[in-house]
Design a binder for this molecule. Sequence first.
Ligand code: ADP
Length: 429
Amino acid sequence: MGILALGTALLAVAGAMAAEHVIAILGIPFVIIIMLLTVLLSLRLTDRLVEPLNDIEPETPLKNVAFEEIAPLLFKLHQQNEIMRYNTELLAKRQDEFKVITENMTEGLILMDGDMTILSANPSALRQLRAKPGDYSGMNLSALNDSAPLLEIVRSALGGTHRDRVITVSERNYQLLASPVRFGEYIVGCALLTLDVTEKHAAEKLRQEFSANVSHELKTPLTSISGYAEMLTMDMAEPQDVPVFAGKILDEAHHLLEVINDIIKISRLDEGRGEEEFLPVDLLDLARAVAERLRDTAELRDITISVAGQGGVVMGLEPFLREMVFNLCDNAVKYNRPGGFVLITVNPMEDDRVRLIVEDSGIGIPAAEQERVFERFYRGDKSHYRDIDDTGTGLGLAIVKHVARFHQATLQVTSEQGRGSRFEIIFKA
Ligand code: ADP
């Protein structure tokens, strides 16, 4: 630092003296020497100053604090670096979060700019729109799916109108929601959401069919009740027919009550689980209670009803499970023949699941009907079976199916016409 101090002092002296004084006192040659010396010194000084600045590593400025004078600058640089690092990390974190969320969404999400160029498309969107897996960023939407309705609603959204539409792709229904993305007064892109509404639509259709069937099922007995009642009130019935007509009214009224009760049960199951808590239910105890309830009816028809197995406890709603076992056993007795049997077995399985089987030696279910018997209001053709009580509602097995699904149990039927049927329900562990 000695030479630097000397140079600085000389410069200060030279600066302090007026030029003509210096020339007069020291003479021209000496002044030239001083000036040369000054230039040399300032060059040296600049080099010494710039050298540590050139050595600064922008990533780690504090590593190289050669001069105290530049330490505040280096510290500022370091602080700036830290802020930039924090912001970059935050941005990367946000991007990761967005990726994790969108990749795991069941809904499809596609973000596009104002030219329909894809900015991001999540896996659900690709799956639902039947696009090959891959990165579509930077491509036009039509490269992912070029269906006219899809492009049309996205164009509308880019024109400023929120659009909503259902399309069918490979027999599944998808609801598309296209919304404009605004930046101030400008529309800069479009967000497209795709939702699989196949099950929702099917449930809606089922509900509509159910309502139509309910009306029909209620109208039929009511029509005959009012017909007979009208004849009685208008004195159109012969005295000996009066008790017959009254009996018919009573039968139809009973049937009407049965239908209404079953509809209420189905509706309760449709509403979902609600607040009720699943509790342990001993299926063997339950099967024995149901068998007892049906024993008299079975005996009247000369049918043996018995319960066997090592038992099993499942988590569930006892009234619903009882209804399910009752409906299966009631059918097993009803669609049986004199001298036949009904056997209920409850056994644990190796993987801790529980298997309940209701089998009978009855009339059996034709192969073509086996799929349909669980439909609401479906009733088999009883015309070719004599002695079968034909007062069912067609809702018994629909309730069974519903209760099984409610408890996440699997339900299977095997049956041979003329030999009997076997309903198997497996409850999860
Ligand atoms: P329902 O008994 O009121 O007619 P279900 O829903 O209980 O209605 O049954 C639907 C149909 O399935 C019945 O009409 C009958 O044809 C057939 N079915 C049900 N269980 C049996 C069975 N154990 N054996 C033979 N057929 C049966």
